[in-house]
Write a protein that binds this ligand. Sequence first.
Ligand SMILES: Cc1ncc(COP(=O)(O)O)c(C=O)c1O
Length: 512
Amino acid sequence: MIVAGDSRVRPPTVVGKKSTAPPPPKRVVFARLLLKESSFLGRRMTSLRISLNQSSILSMHNPLQQLSYMPRVVKSRYSKSKRISACLNVAVEEEARVPSVSTGDEKSKEVMGWEAKVLVGTYARAPIVLESGCGCKLYDVAGKEYLDMSSGIAVNSLGHGDPDWVRAVMEQASKLTHVSNVCYSLPQVELATRLVEGSFANRVFFCNSGTEANEAAIKFSRKFQRHSHPDEKHPATEFISFTNSFHGRTMGALALTSKEHYRIPFEPVMPGVTFVEYGNIEATRKAISGGKTAAVFVEPLQGEGGIYSATKEFLQFLRSACDEAGALLVFDEVQCGLGRTGHLWAHEAYSVFPDIMTLAKPLAGGLPIGAVLVTEKVASAISPGDHGSTFAGSPLVCHAALAVLEKISNPSFLASVAKKGSYFKQTLIQKLGGNPHVKEVRGSGLILGIELDVPASPLVDACRNKGLLILTAGKGDVVRLVPPLIISEQELDLAVDILFDALPALEEASSK
Ligand SMILES: Cc1ncc(COP(=O)(O)O)c(C=O)c1O
């Protein structure tokens, strides 16, 4: 029915535009079959995704774009069925496309209008409907190609469809996806071991997101204080956080997040948080108080807040002030950790080590995960029942994370991130630095920010129209660039060229 292992198979391509996408990895080549009058669990299906190397059906798309994962056992049922009455040649060229009822643009509009009716309006989304990805490229439903400099907000560090990651997910999904934390499972223990071996920490707690990791760190800090001062009627429960910080959107993490716009509509949030100017040693000295401050939360490099790096002096001061006050030092490396700065952990650049570090975004290559890394001193305060999660540390997610960690922690991979990062920064400074709206290019490794003297959104829109996906940060006046860490220098050059070409959009917007 299909040509197994055909490396000429391509992802959906662009209408009226030649795709420059390389063929997807041989091991995981997908093809789409046009189905006529087929159904699965009562739903009409329009296409199948097939892994050619294993000839197994992975998933089906129904007209509502809902994905139903198909275990391998379904293969025989479907491949023997006579329901497939037409199929698309997998070695598809521009001309040989699946005839579709609506054009890509119409389809995008349809999906956007439909979304507006059925989803809670928490997101101001970019007007594109993404459908597939390969490496650093993304494709929308119209087949338009984008160079991805956003990585799903610093998540897809290995890009889209990394073959080793895909293999890890497929292997584990067909073996065991989820067991509760009532039982043991090997991938969770293996991942914790790798994290401990590669960091300051002695133990790990798994959860499902960045905000959950910080929530756990808040609870661990309070429990640590209670445990260390058993005779104290009121052990330390308060926290210090910093201006421009972002720690998440659940009630505890939100209380530590500086942006009032996120916090105020939901007050009262967790009480007892003091915000201090990021980097201000004197103000922090005054705010930290022995017996009151349970922990200090800080991002060694602030992402969401506008790409601000801490100084070594500031982090060294925080370490000694926390030790003096008996407070814990928590590094939130949800965005800046795991290779993004060219170091495995952003704090390695400063040689200052925390008591707790929170991780999430890139750790499982796009699957939801959070992790709290702690020293033995902190872990000894935590008992069974103090915290937990149904989904956390599942075999599937941990096995995927092992594949990510294996690649990112390789010293030559980290060195390549540092090298590409400094090349990218220099190129941005050279090409964009002369523009009167560009105030500063900052950051390290592959987490860079371009601060403007005007809102960045017109530039973001113009770049997207030209096929480049970028993000904003700070007060909306910073362009945030967090590409997949596997990006090539040629792709970085292309990003700089598109940014340069799109700069007039800033002038046009400010003259309106
Ligand atoms: C530094 C930092 N901490 C925490 C979070 C929250 O992570 P999540 O969105 O996974 O809850 C983010 C998200 O952007 C972040 O950048």
